[in-house]
Design a protein around this ligand. Structure first.
Ligand SMILES: Cc1ncc(COP(=O)(O)O)c(C=O)c1O
Length: 468
């Protein structure tokens, strides 16, 4: 194992050096040197894994324009993608099919917390895939139980339900909340079934989670969504008073730090108020930590920064290092309402995904790792304020750990495009006026400096497109 890892590290270094020589950082090369398909991986892993067969050609080869054109013909048009076809990644760097290098501050939307191709994660996945990938939940499997044990040991929760995504984790939380109300009020003809959610919230795209998501244009084309959701202004205690009602409210869903909504952090008072109002009304408090959980805030769980505990916490994005996973972590009180057959999933909690997640959780939950996220987050925010704060379009730099937002007084899209053209991948959030920075948690201060420099140099794009 050790020698495998050493040779993997060595060859990753060689392969990224090779690419760097071909394609110096931040420059769009005029003549491109292409590596043969798969060479970067197969040449170096030194594990007994055969290179996958090349997919049958549909005529676009390695050319990004060809891939984009083909995509437009064969995929349902749900995504307004950036015009980049990514082919490989190492650490915080991504490479497109033409060999251009990008510094990745998007992490696959806050997923790739360990960056791309983390050697321990790769080894875990390869070994587990070679051992056992999927068995369904008809049977027991060791990695699932082991991961649940670690999640329980590291959080407020007593039990775990696995899903395949964030939206499914929230669907599970919706069902558990309703079942909890029914279970605790067996004589009630109409137990509480309603939910409270907040402005700028994002909880997912399936019908229940969508009903809890505040942006109307996500919901209206698909109405009727699940009824019984009341939206209240995020952070506004006064507005929330009277809304959480005994016998009506099954649960309150809240992100301790809103990601998609624009990197807005709750206050301790707000979450404390929600906790006590839920207790008074017999409602459950659900923290959606799909984006802000698992180290991103500099704490293993964002709720730790507030000292307020939920009844249910939903997780997903970074948990399995890029493989699909979700989880609803619950207290015993909630779990006791759930019986065989109440919920389930064919794929969820597979040995492969759970083993990968153990590696992610083991690495991220180390106190030193979390301290480094907090330190780098502070460093990054400071640098951003120093370098970008003087620009008239920059209203605020905010966030916790490595979930950081730059609020602008104009659309952030021209800046995102200009950064991408200079080799930096970033995201938008909020009403499109917030730059969302969610780098891999392993990013170095040097890489953060590079990102700040590119952002700074790209700022004039905001004026060139001031009509936006
Ligand atoms: C806070 C939050 N909840 C839920 C979701 C939905 O997760 P998924 O896209 O995995 O379904 C997201 C996705 O961005 C999210 O940020």
């Amino acid at each position: 194992m050790t020698s495998t890892r050493a040779s993997l590290n060595q060859s990753i270094l060689q392969s990224s050096n090779l690419r760097r020589r071909c394609n110096p950082v931040w420059e769009r090369p005029s003549s491109l040197v292409k590596l043969p398909r798969g060479a970067g991986i197969a040449a170096c892993l030194n594990l007994e894994v055969k290179e996958p067969p090349a997919p049958p050609s549909i005529g676009f080869g390695d050319d990004s324009k060809g891939v984009m054109e083909a995509e437009g013909k064969v995929l349902v048009g749900t995504y307004a993608r950036a015009p980049v076809v990514l082919a490989s990644g190492r650490g915080c760097k991504l490479y497109d099919v033409e060999g251009r290098e990008y510094l990745d501050l998007s992490s696959g939307i806050a997923v790739n917390a360990l960056g791309h191709g983390d050697p321990d994660w790769v080894n875990t996945v390869l070994e587990q895939a070679n051992t056992l990938t999927h068995v369904s939940n008809v049977y027991y499997s060791v990695p699932q139980v082991e991961l649940a044990k670690r999640l329980v040991a590291s959080s407020f929760a007593d039990r775990v339900f696995f899903t395949n995504s964030g939206t499914e984790a929230n669907e599970a939380a919706i069902k558990f909340a309703r079942k909890f109300q029914r279970h605790t009020h067996p004589d009630e003809k109409e137990p509480a079934t309603e939910f409270i959610s907040f402005t700028n919230s994002f909880h997912g795209r399936t019908m229940g989670a969508l009903a809890l998501t505040s942006k109307e244009h996500y919901r209206t084309p698909f109405q009727p969504v699940m009824p019984g959701v009341t939206f209240v202004e995020y952070g506004n205690i006064e507005a929330t008073k009277e809304k959480i009602k005994r016998g009506k409210t099954a649960a309150v869903f809240v992100e301790p730090i809103q990601g998609e909504g624009g990197i807005c952090s709750a206050t301790r008072e707000f979450l404390q108020y929600l906790r006590s109002a839920c207790d008074d009304a017999g409602a459950l408090l659900v923290f959606d930590e799909v984006q802000c959980g698992l180290g991103r805030s500099g704490y293993l769980w964002a709720y730790e920064a507030y000292g307020v505990y939920p009844d249910i916490m939903t997780l997903a994005k970074p948990l399995a290092g890029g493989l699909p996973i979700g989880a609803a972590l619950v207290t015993e009180k909630v779990a006791s309402a759930i019986k065989y057959g109440d919920h389930g999933s064919t794929f969820a909690g597979s040995p492969l995904v759970c083993k990968a997640a153990q590696t992610v959780l083991d690495k991220i939950s180390k106190p030193d790792f979390l301290a480094s996220v907090r330190k780098k987050g502070e460093y990054f925010k400071q640098k951003l304020v120093q370098k970008l704060g003087g620009n008239l379009h920059v209203k605020e730099v905010r966030g916790l750990g490595l979930i950081i937002g730059i609020e602008l007084d104009v659309s952030a899209s021209p800046l995102v495009d200009a950064c991408r053209n200079s080799g930096l991948l970033i995201l938008t959030a909020g009403k499109g006026n917030v730059v969302r920075l969610v780098p891999p948690l392993i990013i170095t201060e040097e890489e953060l400096d590079q990102a700040v420099e590119i952002l700074f140099n790209a700022l004039p794009a905001l004026d060139e497109n001031s009509s936006n």
